[in-house]
Structures are given as C-alpha cells and as structure tokens.
Design a protein around this ligand. Structure first.
Ligand code: UGA
Length: 436
C-alpha cells in the first residue's frame, strides 16, 4: 500500500513511521521546510522514545520519505491521512479546523487517482462530511471515500500503542473506504487487534467520548483523594479496591495534580462545545473540566500550606522536580506544573526546577523559574521539594543527599511515588496526595 501522511507532527510522524515499519510505502508531508530538512537529517521534531530509531530504519529501508510538496507526496497514494493539528480556537474552545480544511482542499486539487482520505486528527462530529464536501467541490474526477480513523496514542508510549492497540476504530460510509482501511491495517489484523467499523460520525464521537471518559476517571479519583485526606483513608487502596472490579478497571485511577497535555484539556472543551451546539449538554464533562482546572492551582496552595501558609511561605524557596505534563515527553502543554509554579510565585516563593526533557519548552512559559541542570542543583537551599511529574529519575533520589542539600527535609509528592513510612523513617516531613 502507498500511504501519504499529511502533517508530520506527533500523530503523523509516529503513525507514518509505524505504517512504514509494517511494510507500507509511506510519504510524510509537512509544509514546514525546516522540519522536513531536520527529518532528512534524522533529527526528530519531538521527543518520543524509540521514534528516532524507527524513522532511521525505515528511511534506510526505502519505505519512509519526507517532502514539503503535497502534490508529490499524495501522488499514487491509496490512502491519504490528514494528521495536522486541531488546536483549541481562541475564545470559544472549539477545535480549530482551518488546517484540516486547507489540506482537504489541497488534496482535492492535487488528486491524481482514486484514494481514501482519512482524518486522523481529532475532529468534531461532522468534520468528515465537510472534508468530503470540500474535496468534491474541487471538481476532482477521481473516486474518493472520506474515512474517520481516530488515534489513541499516548505520548511517551506511542509506538507501543500504535503497534499493539486495544482497538482500531474506522468510521467509513462505503465499501471502498472499508476495504482500503482493512488493507492498511492488515498487519495489525494478523496480531488480532480488533477493528471496529462504524459510521463516520460515530467514529468521530468515539474519540472524544474516550478522552472525556478517561479525564472523568482521573478527576473522579482526584476528588476521592481529597476526601481520603479528610477522612483518613488511602486513595491508592481505594483505587485498587475499585479497580479490581472488571467493570471499573484499574487503569487511569492514579490520583495526582490533575490531567494536562495536548489532548484531554483540548478535547474535553471541544466536546462541551459540540454538546452545546447540538443542545445536548454533557454536565459530567462540564464538571470534570472545572474540577481539573481548579485542582492545578490547589496543588500549588497545598505546597504553600506545607510551608506554613501564605505569610510563612513568602521569601522561601521551592524545588520542582518534573515540569512536563507526564513523564517520557517534552510536552509542556497544559502541564499542572505551570499552575503549581505560578501559584507558588504568586505567594512570593522562589521556584527552581529540573525536568529531564521539558526544560527547553518550559523556559518561555515559566521565565521566572530558575532552571537547573540536575535535580540536586534545584534542591540545594530549597525549603520544600515538590515532585510534580513522575519521571523514573525521581523514583530513587539519594534521600541523604536531598536532606543535606535542602534547607528543610520537607517533600510534597504530587504523584505518590514514595512510601510514607519509608519517608518518615528517612526523616522527612512527607506529604502526598490522598494518603491521609
Ligand atoms: C491521551 C490518551 O491517553 C490517548 O489514548 C489519546 O490518544 C491521547 O490523549 C490523544 O487524544 O491524542 P496523552 O495525553 O498522551 O494521551 O497522556 P495520558 O497518558 O493519557 O495522560 C494524560 C494526563 O492524565 C497526564 O497529565 C497524566 O499525568 C494524567 N493522568 C493519567 C493522571 O493524572 N492519572 C492517571 O491515572 C492517568
């Protein structure tokens, strides 16, 4: 199969490299010349474990190439994936579909043969209909089918998620679309990954429903964590106790500082907007968005309280370990660390920070934070150490050294990666989330 991937960002690049690894011939297209030049030189635009090696192998094998020319890239393609960004539109939270529609028009104008056009970007219900209309309006004489195929990749685990998916969802309205997509995913079919065929609108909604449900699960356990602290219960045991019920499931029940990233915050907002437009309110998701937003600053206040309250905290220093919204990514989008750092600085606390991959992206977002080269440099002289992101590098800190370097043995663990008894034994005042 020949596959064109329009948009060489996170989703496009990972999907393109994985499809190539399955043996398909893949061209990744992006109008950003600098990005394509870097890809030609083997430099990845994002940090994702395993991606660089995967790209290198498949470029060498002649199955993966890059271009800025959409016309060249889609020529002869059986399937053309649209994997460009859909940021939140300024002001109303709607997904901004400008790039998707631009690509659709350009694809229509440059089609040189029959093709299935696949929206892989997360797009609101009905976008596939509009993409089809735009392509048909270009007057193309070729047979097309517009299909929805949402991605469920997690940053940091994207290649594994792509190659061993829980399911593949394909929303197609005709046999041409279904048959081409079956071929595209045949290598996974052999792995017995289930393929769910649905209507196009259903497939578009599945993506939002999945992310909104996961965001709800996280927010639910975060509120249970707060309750645990009040009643003297342990949220990790609550998670285990409910997660062992197969109807609930154990995943995404880790309490923490609130969800962030490029997907959950944006997609929940976009779902709310769609629900409003169709006059079908989704009040649970509304509550999830509000609760999660206020949680991030509340975590900053938790640290201020640990320092003895607003008056005592002024002039003190906090060391933040981890800035990205989760480990194994350099992505800072909507990271809880931003709100935590801001709340601390608003209270007059000086903030030093270290993150294994996210510092470059964090710097412009947090210009007043002192960025350090390693965790211990951030900890030196700190009145409180705060674990914000659960990078492996923070799971086995040299606690003796932490105590020697810090001003006080006070550690706030927003990800529950340490054991309260061990920390007490090591002489720390240790606060975590939901372990009252
Ligand atoms: C999420 C989904 O998990 C993917 O299936 C989906 O494809 C992707 O969004 C997307 O729409 O593109 P991602 O944003 O990479 O993936 O990250 P997650 O691993 O889902 O984590 C999201 C946030 O939830 C992080 O801030 C994480 O720390 C938080 N989280 C996750 C918790 O606080 N507790 C948990 O138990 C799990």
């Amino acid at each position: 199969m020949k596959i064109a991937m329009v948009g060489s960002g996170y989703v496009g690049l990972v999907s393109g490299a994985c499809f190539a690894d399955f043996g398909h011939e893949v061209v990744c297209i992006d109008k950003d010349q600098a990005k394509i030049d870097r890809l030609h030189a083997g430099v990845m635009p994002i940090y994702e474990p395993g991606l660089e090696a995967l790209v290198e192998t498949n470029v060498k094998g002649g199955r993966l190439s890059f271009t800025t020319s959409l016309a060249d890239g889609i020529s002869g393609a059986d399937a053309i994936f649209i994997a460009v960004g859909t940021p939140s539109r300024r002001g109303d939270g709607h997904a901004d579909l400008t790039f998707v529609y631009e690509v659709a028009r350009e694809v229509g104008e440059n089609l040189a043969g029959d093709a299935v056009i696949v929206t892989k970007s997360t797009v609101p219900v009905g976008t596939g209909d509009e993409v089809e209309r735009i392509i048909r309006d270009t007057g193309t004489r070729h047979r097309i089918s517009v299909v929805s195929n949402p991605e469920f990749l997690r940053e940091g685990a994207a290649i594994g998620d792509f190659k061993r998916p829980d399911r593949i969802v394909i929303g197609a309205e005709d046999d041409f679309g279904r048959e081409v997509m079956r071929e595209v995913y045949r290598p996974l079919y052999l792995n017995e990954s289930p393929i769910l065929f649905t209507s196009r609108r259903t497939s578009e909604l599945i993506k939002y429903a999945a992310n909104a449900f996961l965001a709800t699960k996280i927010t639910f356990i975060n509120e249970m964590a707060d309750l645990c602290e009040k009643v003297g219960a342990n949220v990790q045991d609550v998670s285990r106790g409910i997660g062992m019920d197969n109807r609930i499931g154990s995943k995404f029940l880790h309490a923490g500082p609130g969800y962030g990233g490029s997907c959950f915050p944006k997609d929940t907002l976009a779902l709310l907007k769609t629900a409003e437009d169709y006059d079908s309110p989704t009040r649970i998701v509304e509550a999830v968005v509000k609760v999660n937003d206020s949680r991030k600053r509340a975590m900053g206040r938790k640290v201020v309280d640990a320092l003895g309250g607003v008056d005592a905290a002024r002039g003190k220093k906090a060391a933040l370990l981890g800035l990205t919204f989760k480990p194994n990514t350099d992505d800072m989008r909507d990271s809880p660390a931003i709100a935590v750092a801001q709340t601390l600085m608003d209270a007059g606390v000086a903030v030093a920070a270290y993150d294994p991959e996210g510092m470059e992206q964090a710097r412009p977002l947090l210009p007043e934070v002192t960025m350090c080269d390693d965790p211990y440099a951030a900890i030196a002289g700190a009145d409180v150490v705060v674990i914000v992101t659960e990078w492996d590098a923070f799971r086995a800190l040299d606690l003796k050294r932490v105590k020697e370097l810090a001003n006080a043995p006070l550690l706030v663990d927003l990800r529950n990666i340490y054991n309260p008894d061990d920390m007490a034994a090591a002489g720390f005042t240790y606060l975590s989330v939901g372990r009252g």
